[in-house]
Design a protein around this ligand. Sequence first.
Ligand code: URA
Ligand code: CA
Length: 433
Amino acid sequence: MRMYDIIEKKRNGQALTTEEINYFIDGYTNGNIPDYQASALLMAIYFQDMTDDERAQITKAMVESGDQIDLSEIDGIKVDKHSTGGVGDTTTLILAPLVASLGVPVAKMSGRGLGHTGGTIDKLEAVPGFHVEITNDEFIELVNKNKVAVVGQSGNLTPADKKLYGLRDVTATVNSIPLIASSIMSKKIASGADAIVLDVKTGAGAFMKELNDAKALAKAMVTIGNKVGRNTMAVISDMSQPLGNAIGNALEINEAIDTLQGKGPKDLTELCLTLGSQMVVLAEKAETLEEARAKLQENLHNGKALNQFKTFLSSQGGDATVVDQPHLLPQASFKVDLPAKKGGTVAEIIADDIGTAAMMLGAGRATKESEIDLAVGLVLHKKIGDKVEAGESLLTIHSNSENVDEVKEKLYASITISEEIIDAPTLIYDTVT
Ligand code: URA
Ligand code: CA
């Protein structure tokens, strides 16, 4: 087999065979195929697309390029949830203990944040003592005992994807549905879950800004998952404005605590119930979505979800007293309000710009090496569609430096107040199965 012929075949719009795809992925991962030939094939895929079979095959080949996590020692159907990334997306912190409280095993592999979106591990580390440095055996033991544990990403998961992503990043081939879908799904599948619930975001703060692109990506990922034998579904949700009210690590732990007591922001609670119901049904802990939702709601109000969160935190070294006394979480030295310059209705809170403002405060990493400040961030008091009076606080800035002029300027530029009547944006656009 020659890489030249594979490039030419795809360039001419033909579908590659399983053998050809495996030849490319194996050869590129082990260094036998040079970057220039891989780049040419990626560009051909960008223009010619891939069939459903090719997409499933390249995903499988990437999964098999490295370690695969074996979760078979965990009892029950393991359901994973993945979000394509957003600002103030606190859902994992809530969903993990919430669905675990219904007996769904949650074996979560998570990452750290980069750029304007936060990572679940960073957020959890705002709880004093909490750590994800546990062995695979401990991880499995904890899930069997408590139904929920979180571990950091293993070193050698999908090396083919790591290498290809790096190449796509410098060859203008990131933005391709078959390449994005196979990249995301390879990591999910290698992480070992039996079933996968995807939260595909759309809007200003999302990777897929347009609804149609988000739908195409969701459909592509669901098809790959089901083709490789993992029960997969997707929810398409709004990321035009940040999710919930809190953006920042300790602030989002606080928001998760509120939500786990049934006192959380409406949008965040609704998205958690939507995604959670799907997870519970896939895990066969309820027959219908309605039944699952009722059970989840019950556990938000009877203390079971909150207790599950406490057990989870302390089982990984965290100080669970923060749940009843959130003031023990890291606190910023300065709390500065952002008053509305005029009255009206909030028309826009551009999610990625708000994420960037939180990053400027130190809540997120500009580069992989940046240190983050767990205490800082933003708490919104108004969301799109809310009425506001001139001088009323739009949000509170939690900062560890006194001068927040630049952040304020960024925030004012990303929030629009209109004289017109504006509706709150749709939260859930679609469900793809
Ligand atoms: N996230 C991924 O993991 N892969 C992509 O290709 C794009 C976003
Ligand atoms: Ca939030």
